[in-house]
Write a protein that binds this ligand. Structure first.
Ligand code: FEO
Length: 170
């Protein structure tokens, strides 16, 4: 049975992951409106990954005898101004999520909950990739600035992304 403190913190994390899904859907909509369909597709894949993260916490909490309590999801922004700003916001958001995952790990350690430490470690590793990917796109967009040809090249490249849920960790 999971502790009340960890149950509460995991429920909050489910909310953070669902907000992440929501935020990336909002970015998808904005990119689609700008006719940058590749970037919109990238955001769609990212939102699907966030849903997967949320449900991974959801299932873990149930497996440990905890109670899932869903909370209201905040309204995401509507206008992201330009591609660089949107990806900067995505990168900033991933840094926020990393902080929350680290807090969860600190709590699992304080509670001496070895199963939770092992479970949360997957997210600690995942966040390294999440931040690196977003930061990499920010760096590329910073290099090309307002170069339209460059924007369309990155748009085409990002449009190749799809999300396939990992099966081995389930
Ligand atoms: Fe679920 Fe992008 O962190």
């Amino acid at each position: 049975m999971i502790s009340n403190k960890l149950e509460k913190a995991i429920n909050e994390q489910i909310n953070h992951e669902l907000y992440s899904e929501y935020l990336y859907i909002a970015m998808q909509a904005w990119f689609a409106g700008e006719n940058l369909d590749g970037m919109a597709a990238w955001m769609e894949a990212q939102s699907q990954e966030e849903r997967f993260h949320a449900m991974k916490f959801f299932r873990y909490l149930l497996d440990r005898g905890g109670k899932v309590e869903l909370m209201a999801i905040d309204k995401p922004p509507v206008d992201f101004k330009n591609p660089l700003n949107a990806f900067r916001e995505a990168y900033k958001h991933e840094q926020f999520v990393t902080g929350k995952i680290n807090e969860l790990m600190d709590l699992a350690c304080a509670e001496n909950d070895h199963a939770s430490k092992s479970f949360i470690q997957w997210f600690v590793d995942e966040q390294v990739e999440e931040e690196a990917t977003a930061e990499g796109i920010v760096r590329q967009l910073e290099m090309i600035k307002d170069n339209t040809a460059g924007i369309f090249m990155i748009n085409a490249e990002l449009g190749k992304r799809t999300f396939t849920p990992p099966t081995t960790e389930e």
